[in-house]
Design a binder for this molecule. Structure first.
Ligand code: APR
Length: 246
């Protein structure tokens, strides 16, 4: 991370103040102890096949396996805390630099850090819903049923439940349409901590007329960005808030 890159990013945010949207991926949560998906060696997908464990097919064809894996991998995330990157983005939103946080993350850490307008395009971990009557429950209540029962069930009708997370094979939720509208109403998209490899979410980063990227590793969009800062989100975004005297 170069100070000149931080200044360039701060100037871009100043120039487009109030007309910027942030788009985040798993990379902003690794500093909260939550592994991302594609970092070599540490990413979740470097040691399991997402289709085997996190797809709609896995949920309905192999529910015992699905919930065993889901509770092991995502259960701890429910108690994760936001890091400096989430806090810096909330400060940028509260100061009026950005109007919307679009996230692919299901960990809810933007809201825990104080962000107000958050669009979760891949759903969230807070609740599950019944596959039959549609009633929603807190995720913690569903996970508490395990391992006594292999698959959590609805208190009302006894059917199995599913997480309110977008699984591989699911339709995109209304939040994705809202995210598209938010980006169309933005001059600048600040992309933080995503490899930009999963569509259609990754297409969002290409709609605004200006793009800035904060990511540890290079991304496919680096070539079309006004500013690219390779570094850790917490350090870079904190430096940007300091540059803007927040
Ligand atoms: N600071 C900045 N960038 C980081 C950090 C960090 N501390 N840690 C990791 N990164 C970067 C990595 O270099 C990588 O490019 O974050 C990116 C994370 O990429 P992925 O693991 O592919 O995560 P993401 O882009 O969010 O994946 C999108 O794929 O499997 C699906 O549903 C899942 O929402 C997820 C989607």
């Amino acid at each position: 991370m170069q100070q000149s890159e931080v200044q360039a990013l701060a100037n871009l945010l100043k120039r487009h103040r109030g007309q910027a949207t942030v788009f985040t991926g798993a990379g902003i949560s690794t500093e909260s102890g939550i592994p991302d998906f594609r970092s070599p060696g540490t990413g979740l997908w470097s040691h399991i096949d997402p289709m085997e464990y996190l797809s709609v097919d896995a949920l309905y064809a192999r529910p015992h396996n699905f919930w065993k894996y889901f509770s092991k991998v995502f259960g701890p995330t429910l108690d994760a805390q936001p890091n400096a990157g989430h806090i810096a983005l909330a400060a940028l939103e509260n100061a009026g630099y950005i109007h919307t946080v679009i996230t692919q993350n299901i960990d809810g850490l933007h809201q825990k850090a104080g962000a107000k307008k958050v669009l979760e395009v891949h759903g969230h971990l807070r609740t599950v819903r019944c596959n039959s009557c549609g009633r929603q429950y807190p995720m913690k209540e569903a996970l508490a049923q395990l391992p006594k029962v292999p698959v959590p069930r609805c208190d009302d009708c006894g059917h199995s439940v599913r997480p309110d997370v977008v699984l591989f094979g699911d339709m995109m939720p209304p939040a994705f349409t809202q995210a598209l509208q938010a980006v169309e109403q933005s001059q600048l998209v600040l992309m933080v901590g995503s490899s930009l490899t999963v569509s259609p979410a990754n297409t969002l980063a290409f709609y605004a007329s200006h793009l800035a990227i904060v990511n540890r590793d290079p991304t496919p969009a680096d070539g079309r960005a006004d500013v690219v800062v390779h570094g850790t989100a917490g350090q870079v975004l904190t430096a940007v808030t300091e540059e803007l005297k927040l």
